[in-house]
Design a protein around this ligand. Sequence first.
Ligand SMILES: O=C(CO)[C@H](O)[C@H](O)COP(=O)(O)O
Length: 189
Amino acid sequence: MSRNLRALIGPSILNADLSKLHEESQKLLDNGADYLHLDVMDGHFVPNLTFGHPVVKCLRSKIKSAFFETHMMVSKPEQVGVAIKPGTPVSEVEKYISLSDMVLIMTVEPGFGGQKFMEDQMLKVKYLRDQYPELNIEVDGGVGPATIGCCANAGANMIVSGTAVIGAADQAETIKLLRKTVQEAIYKL
Ligand SMILES: O=C(CO)[C@H](O)[C@H](O)COP(=O)(O)O
């Protein structure tokens, strides 16, 4: 069992009714969300983000993530994650792992919710989990009860889920199911 990994479920509020952001966010937290995922920028809007070690270092020193501050490692509030789109090889993100607290493997093309989960992206997750047993690995896109098993077995421990959680008849049960599936997989790592 991995000693430090936690199963964390972060509903994407991109899929919520944004005119009621406060209520929707509170409802998700009340229903057991560990954190809320907010897309600040997507590939559609920032197709060529220039990226490199200086950027990661700068983010690490300047950005405070509201999520991490309030919901995760309170003793270490400043956290930086690196995300890659489906077409980007995992080697691109690996360069930044020593400077990052989390890696996000996008499982759809960034832009909007409700897209089909790309199972082939699990190869990246599996590779990273094998190489970095304690790394926070997040997946985002098309993740719900039907696809959580793939994500969990590949080694993802942070789960962003939009449509499947926001639109669920029972949000609390859905969040619980996602977390349980991930927790059981982490236990076997
Ligand atoms: O980053 C995203 C898309 O760019 C979002 O997090 C998206 O809202 C996920 O939604 P779904 O679970 O419906 O795929």
